[in-house]
Design a protein. Structure first.
Length: 457
């Protein structure tokens, strides 16, 4: 007859075996799938980077740069808000549901652009694209952070962002080829429909909920804190409300303020490159194929570079790479302004992509470094709210400056803002990379060899 009693040690071991395992190696199949899904997220927006500014002028006869960039303003505002909701809703309802919902919205975007009778339809399609990008990209970021745990976050974010922006580049190049070979529509957007369908199916049938991994990390942190705290000294931290998290990330914490402003300015200059560079290059006499190469080069270097920069930030630290990245971006923009021709502009695009690769995964890793697991998804959402507001700010600022002055004036001012953003990051931000701490060695009694032998190394 077997007793129903289970020894506490055996029970604890059984619970640990059922708990989700954290780490890249333990979760590589699901992590790899999420990388692939994020590539489909990036490819959907990549198609627009070459086509939409040209479509506005060619098919709809828009001359005002502000009117042309209205699609970017609507996209940036909606994506920023969708980022905020994605983090909050992901904490509340789970990650996978938000990912699938984003793809259901994104599936509508290419058909709307194909049949659009006027520019208003294109602007509305980009509202839906902003929802898709905010929900899907934010959620894949959060799910990867959940899976890898506190170690190697920079590498994880580098892989995530590399997949997304290499796909942006590939889709921009493919769209430029299809537009040059056939027409600005419908061919590029038929490809977009296929890509959106693939992303939806992978998310629906392949992705698994990762919120349990975040809860496991929170339990491990609480256990570690309890072990390191003297009895009677433990203090429970009150849970933050959603709006307290917004305030904490946006202005109360100087480091998160520095991170958020750098993200906003980074996407401000990305919005400039998306909305005005195709028109700038076309005015210089370049055809759609060469414009496609230039538009694709920037996210290609950005994407490929993140395979290295994310991992480097896990060893070199976050702060220096963020400031340096903003300054390299400013140099790339200055080169676009001061030179003429395909090859000098290609070098400018490479520098712009290199600087962005230094910054992009490092900013996300830094946010993850300084926020606890139980509200990290919401904090990431707030950061991405400010970062992707840069698309709307960049679209509006670049459009107004181009209309009132000229496109070169817009490029020059954004280059200056990017340089100053790097200075602000250097002044306000503290280093966030967690340094490995050796276990504290308690002073051993002078005559007790037993205590010294049994103390942890």
């Amino acid at each position: 007859m077997q007793s129903g009693f289970k020894h506490p040690a055996g029970q604890r071991q059984h619970l640990q075996s059922e708990a989700p395992q954290l780490g890249l190696r333990a979760n590589w199949p699901q992590f790899t799938l999420l990388v692939i899904i994020n590539a489909f997220v990036g490819s959907l927006v990549g198609i627009e980077r070459t086509i939409l500014p040209l479509l506005a002028a060619h098919d709809f006869g828009l001359a005002s740069k502000t009117a042309i960039l209205s699609f970017l303003i609507s996209f940036g505002l909606v994506k920023a808000l969708a980022n905020l909701l994605a983090g909050h809703l992901g904490d509340r309802y789970g990650r996978k549901r938000i990912l699938v919902a984003g793809w259901l919205v994104g599936l509508l975007v290419p058909p709307l652009i194909i049949i659009a009778p006027n520019w208003g339809w294109v602007v509305f399609a980009n509202v839906l694209l902003g929802i898709n990008q905010g929900l899907c990209w934010s959620t894949t970021v959060i799910m990867k952070i959940d899976l890898v745990g506190p170690r190697r976050r920079g590498l994880a974010m580098g892989l995530n962002e590399a997949a997304g922006y290499l796909a942006v580049s590939g889709a921009a190049l493919a769209a430029g080829y299809l537009a040059a070979t056939y027409a600005l529509r419908p061919q590029p957007f038929l490809l977009g429909t296929l890509l959106a369908l693939c992303g939806l199916l992978l998310s629906l049938f392949g992705a698994r909920e990762s919120q349990g991994h975040a809860r496991q990390e929170a339990r491990e942190l609480q256990q570690r804190a309890a072990e390191e705290t003297e009895p009677g000294q433990a203090q429970a931290q009150p849970a933050l409300s959603f709006w307290q998290i917004v305030a904490h990330v946006s202005w109360r914490d100087r480091t998160l303020l520095a991170i958020s402003q750098a993200g906003l300015v980074n996407n401000l200059n990305d919005g400039l490159s998306w909305g005005l560079f195709p028109l700038y290059f076309a005015a210089a006499g370049l055809d759609a194929a060469h414009i496609g190469w230039l538009v694709a080069a920037y996210p290609a270097v950005w994407g490929a570079g993140q395979l290295l920069t994310g991992a480097f930030s896990d060893h070199l630290g976050r702060k220096g790479m963020i400031s340096a990245g903003m300054w390299v971006q400013a140099i790339g923009l200055a080169l676009m302004l001061l030179t003429r021709g395909f090859w000098p502009w290609l070098l400018g695009a490479i520098l712009l992509g290199s600087g962005t690769a230094l910054v992009y995964p490092t900013l996300l890793a830094a946010v993850s470094d300084v926020t606890p697991p139980d509200w990290r998804a919401s904090a990431v959402g707030v950061y991405r709210l400010w970062r992707d507001s840069g698309y709307a700010v960049g679209g509006l600022l670049a459009g107004l400056l181009a209309d009132l002055l000229s496109i070169p004036w817009a490029i020059g001012l954004v280059a200056l803002l990017t340089f100053l953003s790097g200075v602000l990051a250097a002044l306000l931000m503290r280093e966030t990379l967690p340094r490995p701490q050796s276990a504290p060695v308690a002073p051993a009694p002078p005559l007790s060899s037993h205590n010294a032998a049994s103390s942890p190394p």
